[in-house]
Design a protein around this ligand. Structure first.
Ligand code: C2E
Ligand code: MG
Ligand code: MG
Length: 274
């Protein structure tokens, strides 16, 4: 009986994944995907320096499905390659749109999956998108994870070097949660480390998280990389980061990820305050 129960459970899960895969395949064509943008701020000046583009999926029946649920499935079957290209293109178009509206230029950060980076046409896809949208590569930042770049690190050094030569910035997302080889880290042309939200969330006096956060900031300074803290929700966290001389932050304290029009308003409001 136990055996029977177990397989039934597994079948249900497999079916779930299969269903999601099928509807995800149609999501692009059906325009169910959209992007939200979360502001990234300079910690010293408090000014908006960038936006992180974050994918949203509104399923016609199930409503909003969080990226943590559908991205792993999109990655499993390679669907992340066309979806990721759509994200890059949409984010770049949005950036151009904001500039046409007269907003000051900011950087756009886009999350890139390992599979996208490993795809043979990745650099040519990016070149085409930059050319078609007219976005300067210096305004585009690619967010990679530790596992993405540490796997086959030697090959990554040359690929990342190529992307850097094209003018883009590179950052490591969720830093501290994966396995980074420090000797490789200094050989990668990385501009920025993003301290994972889990460390920021539990920042309390004399905690392990406090020590880790301080260590990452110090390491960034030594390696001449900027450091951004993710998931800042309280003034207390912000003042600790300031005191440690962290460069930038993003988090609910300033703003959640918001639709493009709301983001534009945040930028305009800022202009009025300075
Ligand atoms: P991530 O790239 O680390 O993005 C940051 C996540 O933290 C976002 O979740 C954001 O909404 C959330 N966040 C930001 N500030 C706070 C805060 O103060 N408190 C809390 N509790 N959360 C905060 P989201 O949008 O659900 O995205 C989850 C993950 O899905 C992303 O983590 C990223 O790994 C992945 N993802 C999202 N969009 C894309 C995409 O276009 N392509 C790829 N490959 N992955 C994506
Ligand atoms: Mg990210
Ligand atoms: Mg992150």
């Amino acid at each position: 009986d136990t055996y029977h129960f177990y397989t039934q459970d597994m079948n249900a899960r497999a079916l779930d994944i299969l269903r999601m895969e099928n509807s995800l395949q149609r999501a692009l064509a059906n325009k169910e995907l959209s992007l939200c943008y979360q502001p990234q701020l300079d910690l010293r000046t408090g000014r908006i320096i960038g936006a992180e583009a974050l994918l949203r999926w509104k399923h016609p029946k199930q409503g909003m499905i969080p990226p943590d649920r559908f991205i792993p499935i999109a990655e499993e079957r390679g669907l992340i390659v066309p979806i990721g290209a759509w994200v890059l293109e949409t984010a770049c178009r949005q950036l151009q749109q904001w500039q046409r509206e007269g907003l000051r230029p900011i950087q756009m950060a886009v999350n890139i999956s390992a599979l996208q980076l490993q795809h043979y046409a990745f650099t040519s896809t990016i070149s085409r998108i930059l050319e078609e949208t007219g976005v300067s590569p210096t305004l585009l930042e690619l967010e990679l994870t530790e596992s993405t770049i540490m796997e086959d690190a030697e090959q990554m050094i040359s690929l990342l070097g190529e992307l850097k030569k094209m003018g883009m910035s590179l950052s490591i997302d969720d830093f501290g949660t994966g396995y980074s080889s420090l000797s490789y880290l200094k050989r990668f042309p990385i501009d920025r480390l993003k301290i994972d939200r889990s460390f920021i969330k539990d920042l309390t006096l004399n905690s392990e998280e406090e020590a880790i956060t301080r260590a990452i900031i110090g390491m960034g300074q030594t390696l001449k990389m900027k450091v951004l803290a993710e998931g800042v929700e309280t003034e207390g966290q912000l003042s600790f980061l300031k005191q440690e001389d962290c460069d930038a932050f993003q988090g609910y304290l300033f703003s959640k990820p918001v639709p493009a029009e709301e983001f534009a308003q945040l930028l305009r409001d800022e202009g009025q305050n300075t």
